[in-house]
Write a protein that binds this ligand. Structure first.
Ligand SMILES: [Zn+2]
Ligand SMILES: [Zn+2]
Length: 358
């Protein structure tokens, strides 16, 4: 089939198998991924990172809809998500959007849904993240933290600029919303989905849990595609330790059907969580070994010692986003070692932190 002569997106809604329809000519689809509860996966375009796409999930029951996460803002994504909702005969007035966390690839189309009449709901912790991270002062805080870890002034500014606006703040964006707390239950027809904290990837991230079918909507708490990114928070916090606790509690929960922000479930959720715990623990152990071998290095000097598959020989040519992920997760591991008492941090006379065995 050729698309020559047709404008982009003109032909959509084609069948792509049972319980599947296309959202445009690019191969983006909406596909039914579970029967009870009835769940549809809307696959949306992702920018900037190595992840191929981002998911929005639509739960349908009794004429009501619950949309979990709202994709990246993009003119094509706006159309794609709306087309999926039209085709699924979703009534926006009877729709709730729940965002697992504040990142732009999970909140990007909240405005469109809100303006169409949907109720937008976020956990209180996600609102706190929006107030903390979805503001310009967070960019300055990231710059000073990276400077204190020995990153040069120009690179610290470059890395902060590439990432700081990746959280959307609904308050400053004037998107109407209400908040829910851990333990609250969101209703969709006969289903009740419990709000469960899953901090680590962001401080306030929450997942949704339907106990009778053991179905979970996990945001970026754990992915099968890759290890989810854990960046530093404030210097006295321990996002890696927090993420390890989240992974362990998810491993114990007995999730049967998992729907993640990116990609799909491939096997056992508890095994995946345990594996990801091991992955982070090995990385922290490498950092600790490097500090014991050469005490007094800065955080930035320790980055290559942590066993990343990264082109450290061509650091300057590595995309800023990749360098950001490497630097921020490395700093998070150092914060974890400090928080667990394995190493101590001392400032040198230039104000740069040096790491020493405890
Ligand atoms: Zn995220
Ligand atoms: Zn994401």
């Amino acid at each position: 089939m050729t698309s020559v002569g047709r404008s982009r997106g003109e032909e959509w809604g084609c069948g792509c198998g049972p319980d599947c329809f296309t959202l445009d000519e690019d191969g983006f689809t909406c596909r039914r991924v579970l029967d009870a509860p009835e769940v549809w996966r809307v696959e949306l375009l992702m920018h900037d990172t190595f992840l191929p796409s981002v998911n929005a999930f639509v739960v349908l029951d009794g004429g009501e809809a619950l949309v979990v996460d709202a994709g990246t803002p993009d003119p094509f994504n706006d159309t794609r998500l709306m087309r999926a909702l039209v085709r699924l005969e979703v009534d926006p007035e009877r729709t709730t959007l729940f965002c697992t966390h504040a990142h732009v690839d999970h909140t990007g189309l909240a405005r469109e849904l809100s303006e169409a009449g949907a109720r937008v709901v976020i956990p209180e912790g996600v609102l706190a993240d929006m107030r903390r991270m979805g503001v310009p002062s967070w960019r300055d805080a990231m710059v000073s933290r990276m400077r204190a870890e020995g990153v040069g002034a120009a690179e610290a500014a470059e890395l902060a600029d590439v990432i700081w606006d990746h959280a959307i703040n609904f308050e400053t964006e004037k998107i109407a919303f209400s908040t829910v707390r851990p333990g609250d239950v969101l209703r969709c027809g006969r289903w009740g989905l419990e709000v469960v904290p899953a901090p680590g990837h962001t401080p306030g991230q929450c997942v949704l849990w339907e106990p009778s079918t053991r179905t979970a909507f996990l945001g970026d708490a754990v992915l099968f595609l890759c290890s989810t990114c854990i960046g530093f928070w404030d210097a006295d916090e321990d996002p890696i330790g927090t993420q390890l606790a989240t992974l362990r509690s998810l491993a114990e929960r007995g999730v049967e059907h998992a729907f993640m922000g990116h990609g799909l479930q491939e096997g056992s959720v508890s095994e995946r969580c345990e594996k990801n715990v091991g992955h982070h623990e090995r990385r922290s152990a490498r950092a600790l070994a490097a500090i014991r071998e050469t005490p007094g290095q800065s955080g930035f000097e320790l980055v290559p010692a942590m066993g990343w598959h990264a082109p450290f020989d061509h650091w300057g040519e590595t995309p800023a986003m990749t360098r950001w992920f490497l630097v921020s997760e490395s700093i998070a591991h150092l914060d974890h070692l400090v928080a667990t008492g394995a190493v101590r941090r001392e400032k040198d006379d230039r104000g740069v932190s040096r790491y020493l065995p405890a």
